[in-house]
Design a binder for this molecule. Sequence first.
Ligand SMILES: *Cc1c(COP(=O)(O)O)cnc(C)c1O
Length: 216
Amino acid sequence: MNILINTKDLIESIPSDVTLVAVSKTKSVEEITQSYEAGQRIFGENKIQEMAQKWESLPKDIAWHMIGHVQTNKVKYMAHFIDLIHGVDSSKLLKEIQKQALKHNRIIRCLIQIRIAEEESKFGLPQDQLTELLEDTKTLTNVEIVGLMGMASFTENINQITEEFKSLQHLFDKTKQTFKNLEILSMGMSGDYHIAIQCGSNMIRVGSKIFGARNY
Ligand SMILES: *Cc1c(COP(=O)(O)O)cnc(C)c1O
């Protein structure tokens, strides 16, 4: 595993209008530093406390993205530094983010996670509830909803993955006409980011292709 070369190769191989989030969950500060030295400045984590520790140890020009499920009572541990929260799926959570953002006099950017996978998944908002959630949260002064995020089913079936990504692309294009702040479409991981980009993704979240497999 050469993390520096993997990072460079990936950055060079994707279109310039697609943003790479290097998913560094479970990986060490030393490993993240190798990717940083290749020029990478956006890292994604799925545990808030782990991310906060890494934020403290690493250069402050890194933008940290929370890509996992967020528990309401943990928002306070990242509100002072988080750049983008990908996994927002309820107005209850948005209200807590608003409260914590206000405390730090910041505006926190969020993506709404939409449930697109056919397989059973606990997380993500059903597609037909998006407009209502966006209307509900228009009044939140310290939260900015800048896009949507989705995860396809864990399957080898390329047609199914494509259909799931396309359904989110369709929802994104449609909703953007009314909610002009939506500009980020976060979809695609190591196994499916090629498909995701073809389906309009402009932000991919790639972990194992850069850092190697994770041992939990
Ligand atoms: C872990 C994770 C990724 C990265 O997965 P890889 O297959 O290692 O690229 C992307 N998105 C989310 C939400 C994740 O939890």
